[in-house]
Design a protein around this ligand. Sequence first.
Ligand SMILES: NC(=O)C1=CN([C@@H]2O[C@H](COP(=O)(O)OP(=O)(O)OC[C@H]3O[C@@H](n4cnc5c(N)ncnc54)[C@H](OP(=O)(O)O)[C@@H]3O)[C@@H](O)[C@H]2O)C=CC1
Ligand SMILES: CC(=O)N[C@@H](CCC(=O)OP(=O)(O)O)C(=O)O
Length: 364
Amino acid sequence: MAKYTVAVAGATGYAGGEALRILAAHPNFEVTCVAGHSSVGESMAKHMPHIPQLADLVVEDTTPEVLNGHDVIILALPHGASGKLASQLDPEAVVVDLGADHRLEEQSAWDAFYGGDFYEHWTYGMPELIVGTDESGNYLRQRSALPETKRIAGPGCNVTATTLAMQPGIAQGLIEPKSVVADLVVGYSGAGKNLKRTNLLAAEALQAALPYGVGGTHRHIPEILQNFAHAAGKSAADAKDFTLSFTPVLAPMSRGILATVSATMTDKAKAMTDAEIREVWTKAYEGQDFMVVLPEGTLPSTGNIIGSNAAHLQVVTDRNAGRIIAFAAIDNLNRGTAGQAVQSLNIALGLPEDQGLTKIGVAP
Ligand SMILES: NC(=O)C1=CN([C@@H]2O[C@H](COP(=O)(O)OP(=O)(O)OC[C@H]3O[C@@H](n4cnc5c(N)ncnc54)[C@H](OP(=O)(O)O)[C@@H]3O)[C@@H](O)[C@H]2O)C=CC1
Ligand SMILES: CC(=O)N[C@@H](CCC(=O)OP(=O)(O)O)C(=O)O
């Protein structure tokens, strides 16, 4: 059985840690190098005690010399850090960036929401993303861009939930493109292990629902609009045809995202029954093993997807408001980051797509 060596940079962080947890149980990967920043020289027994297999690894410095020489390199670094490093990495290694540096195709979108150096985009690591339809109306998927690619850009976690929730309606012209509203309930691990906000103390966080990144400022907005454009069979430059009002709200949970995404129904959608609209979602995810469109009447809950690479999906209509409302529940660290990355890596390396991954959640 093929066994690939893997170096993980950002190995002491939340996203890197979830990648390590998945890789440690994956039959085709062996983690041979972990790199960090402030924790260089420390043992993984201290940083990832929940992964005893990796306890003896010691955190190395994040340099090209340390990371090169491994078959696969996973970058779970703050935005900007991976972009700087990328050009010095072995062109033959398969590199996955879990950060944002290689996600956006349009520099104008990067400048407006991130700023600083713009880095070329890599193959986007969301296999189930719809990227148009063929002459027979069958969906084209991002999956087909992944085999043998050497550079993969892992999507944002909120992006993943929002895109998966609404892309069937976009692909089939069921929603008005300039009417999308997304409200997300998100767990704290999405912010990383460093204290980025002032009120992350448990005494405050455990008793609060806290909006952040409001008013059209959140950095995931251009990436979601880029995905919407692709789902409509258009290029990233046509993302301007869509608008998104996006409001994430932190809730007292460690992991998980519940996205509620709604939009005005087009005349085509209004002429359809609710069952026909549901059928659009069911058909869009037929054969997509990790996509679970729940039975009618069952709504997604973050309580059912923790620790899994699954997305739980549902769609309903509000005829009085004239809106379609789609839901997605994902684990931000697994499906939203490391699970999706390993799924994309599997495809890139010609391994079974679901190798080392599960769609079974931890519940309760
Ligand atoms: N958390 C999530 O749900 C998701 C995260 N991501 C992305 O993954 C990346 C990592 O995020 P996350 O794990 O949450 O963050 P964390 O803060 O939890 O971890 C950051 C990691 O990067 C290392 N690091 C920090 N600064 C530097 C630097 N200048 N050079 C090299 N290494 C550095 C840290 O090492 P040390 O501890 O040794 O200082 C640590 O291992 C980000 O780009 C994030 O946006 C993407 C999707 C979801
Ligand atoms: C709770 C929280 O802060 N979550 C982060 C999501 C992290 C993520 O998806 O990472 P990227 O920044 O790599 O896209 C946020 O909403 O910005």
